[in-house]
Design a protein around this ligand. Structure first.
Ligand code: FAD
Length: 456
């Protein structure tokens, strides 16, 4: 029996009719919407909070393999070859290297156009300094972090700035951890201009949209620079890329104020040394910049975005497409209906609520797809929380065919025109393999390609 809400939605005129509905606004959903619109498909997208909002901003391809040996990957392409050999069901096995490369190129080219350029090596992971003083291997890092990669590689005399009251960031700890192999590394803890008490990254980032504050900061840092050739700051040097040059974004980000790279350029000019950012603990400004870039620029490419909205239900249309009901703010409210010829499910796992769990099992709540999971709940976790093999629960997800179509109970695609991408896919533990963004971007590329092929 259809619910009242479903009958109401059934009677609603579609707000949008398009080729492709993307369910999810995390890294995979953003990538899918981008790739599909670049191929000339009309796209709608809905989704709320995702890993992208908490991400360091780095785009990992593969940082660890084999994970049980805690083996850091130097050349991610060789790592992928080994991963596909050792784990034949891993979703990376569904995307050839050439497509992974093309996906990264398109993704980072879009971000560069949106004012967030990336840098990295062709065939090896870069090593990026974290706020804990550890080193994170990544394939592509925001250019705002890149001088830090080079300073660490060359062991240049370097100063880390730490702000009194900013939690989760300790210059002293960074120096303690890295100091033995990087003798020229120093840190200084200073007040942030005009602020006292507990400091929040968002607050600092917004303060730095005023050039007066940037100049004030430069003055406070200048006396400490001494022999340093690079100065590292927590990644709070502006909430957005370059709002002043973002024609369509002024409404959302305020009038012409300085963007991240304006701040970096001004600090570099005032201090006479290279400036770089060090990612902070979540919630991360670098992640929020990514979301802002997509939400600002995807509509200009024809993507109809329903920001911070979830798909509540769906129904099939007579021509084999889908009608999606986009939830409104109130309980049971439907804000809009979207008709689409096909869909990509990029709902993530538990964090994005693409998967849910009760006391007995893990479910995929939107389409009711079967979820690959251990038979019994007591097999979800290993006894030792730190077991190097990771927990079976972290490899749950939907299984797909070679064209990224989720399988039904009978092992056949649940729908000919439904595809899946990102962390919702089974047989991978992106967190341990350090391949979050890479897996999302690569599988989104492959899912869009499969959908487009299905149209011809
Ligand atoms: C703290 C943290 C740090 C990270 N750091 C890095 C990093 O340094 N490098 C890196 O490469 N990766 C990193 N990642 C991983 C990365 O950001 C992504 O989380 C990961 O790639 C998975 O992306 P996803 O899009 O598949 O899922 P998610 O990011 O979980 O997004 C799922 C999306 O689906 C939406 N959704 C679910 N159900 C529905 C529905 N019914 N209707 C509409 N929308 C729905 C959610 O609202 C959300 O928008 C980090 C993640 C976290 C959490």
């Amino acid at each position: 029996m259809p619910t009242d809400t479903a009958s109401k939605a059934h009677a609603m005129e579609p707000d949008c009719s398009c080729d492709l509905m993307v369910v999810g606004a995390g890294m995979a959903g953003m990538a899918a919407a981008l790739f599909a619109s670049s191929r000339g498909l009309s796209v709608a997208q809905a989704g709320a909070l995702g890993g992208i909002d908490f991400s360091t901003g780095m785009l990992d391809l593969l940082g660890m393999h084999p994970v049980e040996e805690l083996h850091a990957v130097d050349n991610p392409w060789q790592g992928l070859e080994a991963l596909r050999r050792d784990e034949p069901h891993h979703p990376y096995g569904l995307v050839p290297d050439a497509d992974v490369r093309a996906a990264f190129e398109d993704f980072t080219a879009f971000l560069a156009e949106a004012g967030l350029p990336y840098d990295g090596y062709a065939d090896r992971n870069a090593r990026v300094l974290t706020s804990l003083g550890t080193v994170k291997p990544t394939y592509r890092a925001p250019c705002s972090m890149w001088p830090g990669v080079q300073a660490m590689e060359r062991k240049l005399p370097c100063l880390i700035i730490d702000f009194i009251g900013l939690k989760g960031f300790s210059g002293r700890q960074i120096v303690e951890v890295r100091g033995p192999e990087w003798p020229g590394l120093r840190s200084v803890r200073i007040p942030f201009p005009g602020c006292a008490g507990e400091l929040y990254p968002e607050h600092l980032a917004w303060s730095l949209t005023e050039m007066d504050v940037v100049d004030w900061l430069a003055e406070s840092v200048a006396e400490h620079v001494q022999d340093a050739q690079a100065v590292g700051f927590p990644a709070v040097l502006g909430p957005y890329a370059a709002p002043a040059s973002t024609a369509s974004s002024t409404a959302s980000v305020g009038a012409a104020s300085s963007g991240l790279y304006d701040v970096i350029a001004r600090l570099r000019e005032r201090l006479g040394v290279e400036i770089f950012e060090i990612p902070t603990m979540p919630p991360s400004i670098a992640g929020l910049r990514l979301r802002a870039a997509f939400e600002t620029f995807l509509p200009g490419r024809g993507v109809r975005i329903y920001p911070q909205k979830r798909v509540a239900e769906w129904e099939r249309t007579d021509n084999g497409g889908f009608r999606f009901h986009i939830a409104g703010a109130g309980e049971g409210d439907i804000e809009a209906v979207v008709e689409a010829r096909g869909a990509i499910l990029a709902g993530g796992r538990f964090f994005g609520k693409g998967l849910t769990a009760d006391r007995h099992a893990v479910h995929e709540p939107l389409f009711g797809l079967p979820v690959l999971q251990p038979k019994h709940r007591d097999e979800w976790h290993r006894e030792d929380f730190f077991d190097a093999r990771g927990h079976p629960l972290n490899r749950t997800g939907v299984e797909v065919d070679a064209r990224l179509r989720p399988l039904s109970e009978n092992g056949h695609p649940a729908f000919p025109n439904l595809f899946a991408a990102g962390s919702i896919l089974a047989n991978q533990d992106w967190m341990r393999a350090k391949c979050g963004a890479g897996l999302a971007i690569a599988t989104a590329y492959a899912a869009v390609q499969s959908y487009q092929n299905s149209l011809s």
